[in-house]
Each structure stands twice: as structure tokens, then as C-alpha cells.
Design a protein around this ligand. Sequence first.
Ligand code: KG4
Ligand code: ZN
Length: 345
Amino acid sequence: MSDAKEALILGIESSCDETAASVVRSGREVLSNVIYSQIDTHTIYGGVVPEIASRKHIEVIVQVVKKALADAGMTAEDMDAVAVTYGPGLVGPLLVGVSYAKAYAYGIGRPLIGVHHIEGHIAANYIENKELEPPFMCLVVSGGHTHLVNVLGYGEYEILGRTMDDAAGEAYDKVARAIGLGYPGGPKIDEAAHSGDPEAIAFPRAHVEGEEYDFSFSGLKSSVLNYLNSLEMKGETAVTADVAASFQAAVVDVLVGNTMLAAERHGTKKLAIAGGVASNSALRAAMEQACADRGIEFYRPSPKLCTDNGAMIAGAAYHKYLRGDFAPLSLNAVPNLPLPSVKQN
Ligand code: KG4
Ligand code: ZN
């Protein structure tokens, strides 16, 4: 067993369509990071099919965990704890990871740690920014979540804003499908937008009345669909790159605008982004500039640690390990697990 501060944690993630496992030391040093993506399996359906995802996780989880240990040059017995995402996410996929992690922890006689998926995304920032410590503000933008969070301490969150409808990544995926780019939409729109004009079409920047830090993306999605329909009625075709760039500009404007408003009001000195959409090139550039303009220190994980992975789960679990916050072997998957927060707005 390692010294607690040097703890070696096996992190397992299976909440959506990535089967991932990683060995992380001290919450910040990644010794291995294996990600088996199911994208090719789901592409023909235009999105993740939960039942197929569950079956795929079952097929590969043993090999993914074995490879994570082998890549780290470790054996199961070297692990000090086994961490797993237990929510939020798709119930079937979550259950595969949770069941496997429970059996694994029991088998090697080490504690089990249940991790909230969003805490994992936030913790990805600790891995690549060794000096980053709370307090800081974090915008979490993924396929399932859009949360503006004040990270007050490890495991202590104040939720400032959230989406009222679609998550940012969900909007990317739906718009990509509508303009024929397919799944997964985020990276494809990001790519297409490079050759488009972000000012070609004036899509709306939605603000939620009375809730300045909240987000809403379903109106923007409808606006893109209406634009496409109106062109079709006139027998015209849309310029895909311009639609992608203009849609992306609308999303990024709102994400950066709300975040900066909150950061100014809270006197934020450090700001991070996390989640799959945090790998978006336009968002990274705009947030970096907005932070630089205000003298705010900006942090973001590399794209590989923005999308789902096991390292972020082991990273978040480390702080629970230090607190002795272990899960019982009766741990269950919780598809709608709320982020543990000290204050909700
Ligand atoms: O964090 P993640 O891997 O899974 C969830 O927790 O949901 O995020 C996946 C989401 C998808 O909606 C995907 O389209 C989006 O992140 N995404 C991106 C980019 N890469 C992934 N969105 C915009 N730009 C990207 N480059
Ligand atoms: Zn995620």
C-alpha cells in the first residue's frame, strides 16, 4: 500500500459510450489512460443507443482495465482504491462499470469510491494544471450537462447556472445531424466551422429571463432548423460551413458571456472549462481571450481529457480517498445523480 498522499487509484468510466480505465497517482499523475470509444458502433444510428452501449461495455471492460494496469506497469494489488462513475448517465452503461468496480474492489480487498461524473470532468483540470487548487469557477459543458459551478473546495460546489433545456453538446449533436454532418456532432461542427463565416447567419443568443447565469439552447436549435426549412422551401441549399460557424458563434457567445458575467460579479481569479465541449477550438480561444482581457487565470484540460476518460474519475476520487469517503458494496448506478452542492441557485 502506498502512502495516502501517493495513492494509486484505478478509475473506471462507462456512463455513456466510452469504456475507459486509468491508473492515477496522487490524483494528478496519469500512469495510464485507456479509452475504448464506441463511436463507430453508434454512428449508423445517428446517436448513442443505450442498450447497444451497455452490451459493448460488457464486451470490452475486462480488457480495458487489464490494459490500463499493464500500461501503468502495475498489478491489481498495487491499487489503493477502485473508483467508478455511478451517475449521472445512462443506467445500463453505468451499471456495467459499477458492477465491475464493486467486484474488483471486493476481489482485491481495497475500498470502492463512487464518483459523480461532473466532479470527474472538473478534476481533469487538476491533472494537467498541477498547481490548480480551489477556489475557482468552472464551466462544465458536455453532451449531457451545462453547469456553471463555483468550486469552493475539493468536493464542495456551488451551482451558479445550468441549462434549462438542451446541454451544449446535445445542441451540437442535434444541429450536426440536421445539417448532415452526422454523429458525434461537436467535433464535426468544430471542423466545418473553420471554413465558414460566423457572421453569415444571425442566430439568436438566448438569455433566460431573471436567471442570468442559466443557459438555453433549444431555441437556437429550432432557429437553425427553421433556417434550413426556409431555404428548402425556396429550393436553395444551405452552406454547411456557414451554418456550422454561425451556430457555433451563437453557442460560444452565450457560454462566454454568462461565464464572464458571473466571474466579474464573483471576483473570480481562476477559471476552468471541462467536459467534451471544452475541447471545442472556438470556445477555448474565446474563453482564453475573455479571461486574458480581465486578468483571470485560464485553465483547460487537453482535448483527450475533456471527453470521457477514466483518469478524471481517478483524479476526483483521490480527494474522496484522502477524506475516507468510501462507497459501500451496495453502491448502485444513479442515472440522475445531482452534483453534491453546498448551495443551489
Ligand atoms: O464529456 P463527454 O465526452 O460526454 C458527456 O459527459 O456527455 O461530451 C460529449 C459531448 C458530445 O455532445 C460531443 O459532440 C461534444 O461533447 N464534443 C464537442 C467537441 N468534441 C466533443 N463539442 C464541440 N466541439 C468539439 N470539438
Ligand atoms: Zn462526460
